[in-house]
Design a protein around this ligand. Structure first.
Ligand code: NAD
Length: 282
């Protein structure tokens, strides 16, 4: 039977460390602040933003949410971002994705001050991550690495197979794994015979957003299986990419969905906000 990697419990520990750190900053007269920008009324995004507000409250971080109408212009959004960039009470800025299609996500990301870009998506931060000198940690991949470390899993010399090549998960995941001396294979929607590759994985990270993609026969016996996917089943329940009941008997370690990578992503965002506040004061 696989060991369940409990992201909920580890995230709670990280949040209590962040709270302590925020307390130290407050005693020096600095209240760490996170500004979240939410455009439109996508219900999933609204839930993610509410969770961030909740996390901030628990971590002693002041949060402000800027809710903008779906028909906001690109210029209107950029004006708000430049105001937040200039506000010394705001240490971290996060623009909730996805943005309405009319808006250009790349220029929005570029408009955030890299020193406040707690999502680590600005080209400057992406470059630093790829040079193994991250200023901010990429939230989801760093959450995965923290989980592995907590369970004593060292990627060094292991074959890590990643499903997904997005800017937010797959690519930075590959960078962090390489930095920890894993041998990395990145698969994507055009990869033929996915199973032939996943069966070679010592560490399998799935971030495709496709429920049921990873079946039991795609998991090597004794592998570490990390399910980043968050999908909604027709019954409204959350599911990952991995068929848990099939993969779990083969795996040595596995993350549940929910309760695995999701809470870790949120906890790393809190950590990044503290980093931004500390750096702003030195
Ligand atoms: P994305 O749509 O930007 O990227 C998905 C990637 O998966 C693409 O590179 C695509 O090529 C690949 N892919 C899709 N179908 C595939 C297939 N059949 N075979 C192989 N590769 C395939 O998505 P994203 O933003 O990277 O998110 C991926 C998933 O992770 C989603 O379910 C998302 O909700 C979830 N997510 C979870 C967290 C978390 O904290 N747990 C954070 C971010 C994203």
């Amino acid at each position: 039977m696989a060991t369940l990697m409990d992201g909920r419990a580890l995230a709670k520990t990280i949040r209590s460390e962040v709270l302590e750190h925020a307390g130290q900053l407050r005693r020096r007269g600095v209240t760490p602040g996170l500004a979240v920008v939410l455009v439109g009324d996508d219900p999933a995004s609204a839930v993610y933003v509410r969770n961030k507000e909740k996390d901030c409250a628990e971590c002693g971080i002041h949060s402000t949410v800027h809710r903008l109408p779906a028909d906001i212009t690109q210029d209107g959004l950029l004006v708000l971002l430049s105001r937040l960039n200039a506000d010394p009470a705001v240490h971290g800025i996060l623009v909730q994705q996805p943005l309405p299609e009319r808006l250009d996500p790349f220029s929005v990301i570029c408009a955030v001050d890299p020193k406040k870009d707690v999502d680590a998506l600005h080209p400057e931060n992406v470059g630093l991550i790829s040079l193994d000198r991250p200023y901010f940690l990429p939230c989801t991949p760093a959450g995965v690495m923290a989980l592995l470390e907590h369970y004593g899993i060292d990627p060094k010399g292991r074959h890590c197979v990643i499903i997904g090549r997005s800017h937010i998960v797959g690519k930075p995941m590959a960078q962090l794994m390489l930095a920890r001396h894993a041998t990395v294979t990145v698969c994507h929607s055009k990869t033929p015979d996915l199973g032939a590759l996943t069966r070679q994985a010592d560490i399998l990270v799935s971030a495709a957003g496709k429920p049921g993609l990873v079946t039991g026969d795609m998991v090597r016996f004794g592998a570490v299986v990390v399910d980043v996917g968050i999908n909604k089943n027709p019954d409204g329940k959350l599911a990952g990419d991995v068929v848990f009941a099939e993969a779990e008997p083969a795996a040595a370690y596995i993350t549940p969905v929910p309760g695995g990578v999701g809470p870790m992503t949120r906890a790393i965002l809190m950590k990044n906000t503290i980093t931004a506040a500390v750096e702003a004061t030195v």
